[in-house]
Design a protein around this ligand. Structure first.
Ligand SMILES: C=C(O[C@@H]1C=C(C(=O)O)C=C[C@H]1O)C(=O)O
Length: 362
């Protein structure tokens, strides 16, 4: 068989498989709609990250290749995104404008079928979720280099929203500009955290160039697209939004730079065999009270992954702790632990239990 005939045969086989895939995808969508109508009768949550993880891991375990696991997962994230949106349109709010790291983390994790709507502040993101203007919100919680985003923690005190999922998103910065040469750059704009994360590279490669903090990486890119002689630091994909050139690749000082984002909703997630739980608590004002609260957890062999203290803003010089533990504290088996914690605390609130989140490199 000559090459051309062979190619024709392969392409017609691909087209036949595409038709099969189309039928199968529609059968899957039909079943998902059935699940959706059962959920709407029982007012159940549409987004089930634990079930989605089960679906993804089940497929990855049986994947014979040559399709790489990462491709399989990203294809499936879109199938799951469509499935959720068919059950109920999914409005997702994030700290905008379009093109921030929150935006890209949200789109990569929740897929393109959700309707992403930017908000001007983290407070507006929490408010839109709390008032049910949006089904879901995506918020940055902490960065592997710079620690917690204090404002996100504070907003959990102000709004009674719940954590449904976490996702770890690789943060890699690019120097973006309308200019084609570094020599033409007189000013650099970006979010202060992005500028800090790239400070060594910027000092070495653009010494003496004015560095100007901006509200977000996306806004900085928009400025750089209109002001000659300027550059922005941000996500590589901003080149497509604002027709910018890349003048520096992966310019972050520590290459293994990750941000942990949370998916929040106004409804509590269901209990079960989730791997993590986040909680807020404030201890009594007496010696040993923090130790007693922590002992409740350690007696049960519960591993704590994070403990952060924040000012309880309504009452000066009092503090609240934000903790992550490695178990499902909302599961029935832990009812006595929750009760003991409550007894040892001045205030205690479970923010949600959820599966260990995926790491996304995009
Ligand atoms: C179909 C469901 O709803 C959503 C979509 C899923 C899917 O398409 O596999 C899985 C979990 C949910 O986020 C379900 O709950 O089973």
């Amino acid at each position: 068989m000559d090459q051309e005939t062979n190619l024709k045969r392969i392409r017609s086989e691909i087209s036949r498989l595409d038709q099969e895939l189309l039928q199968i995808l529609n059968r899957r969508a039909g079943l998902s709609l059935e699940v959706g109508s059962i959920k709407s009768q029982s007012k159940d949550n549409v987004f089930k990250p634990f079930r989605e993880k089960e679906v993804l891991n089940g497929l990855a375990q049986k994947n014979p290749g040559p399709l790489p696991d990462e491709h399989l997962r990203s294809i499936y994230r879109e199938i799951l995104s469509s499935s959720r949106s068919l059950q109920q349109p999914q409005k997702v709010v994030y700290l905008g404008p379009e093109g921030t790291f929150s935006y890209f983390a949200g789109v990569e994790y929740l897929g393109h079928s959700a309707k992403f709507t930017p908000k001007n502040s983290l407070e507006d993101v929490f408010r839109a979720v709390d008032t049910r203007e949006a089904e879901l919100g995506i918020i940055p919680l902490e960065n592997s280099m710079q620690g917690s985003v204090g404002q996100s923690l504070d907003m959990f005190l102000k709004f009674e929203v719940f954590i449904h999922a976490e996702v770890f998103f690789r943060i890699s910065h690019f120097l973006l500009s309308r200019e084609t040469e570094m020599g033409a750059i007189k000013k650099i704009y970006s979010h202060p955290l992005a500028l800090q994360q790239c400070s060594t590279w910027l000092r070495a490669n653009l010494p003496g160039v004015e560095v100007i903090p901006d509200e977000s990486t996306a806004r900085a890119a928009s400025r750089a697209s209109t002001e000659p002689g300027t550059a922005a630091v941000g996500h590589q994909k901003l080149t497509k939004f604002y027709e910018l050139n890349v003048l520096g690749n992966s310019i972050e000082d520590i290459p293994d730079n990750w941000t942990r984002f949370l998916v929040i909703s106004a409804h509590p997630p269901e209990a079960g065999n989730r791997e993590k739980t986040s909680l807020l608590f404030s201890v009594l004002d007496r010696p040993g009270s923090l130790v007693s609260a922590l002992e409740v957890l350690s007696r049960k062999g519960i591993n704590m992954r994070k403990l952060e203290s924040r000012p309880l803003r309504a009452e000066k010089w009092r503090y609240v702790f934000f903790a992550d533990v490695e178990c499902d504290l909302t599961a029935g088996d832990y009812a006595s632990v929750l009760k003991d914690l409550e007894d040892n605390c001045y205030y205690m609130r479970v923010l949600g239990s959820y599966p260990h989140g995926p790491q996304i490199l995009a």
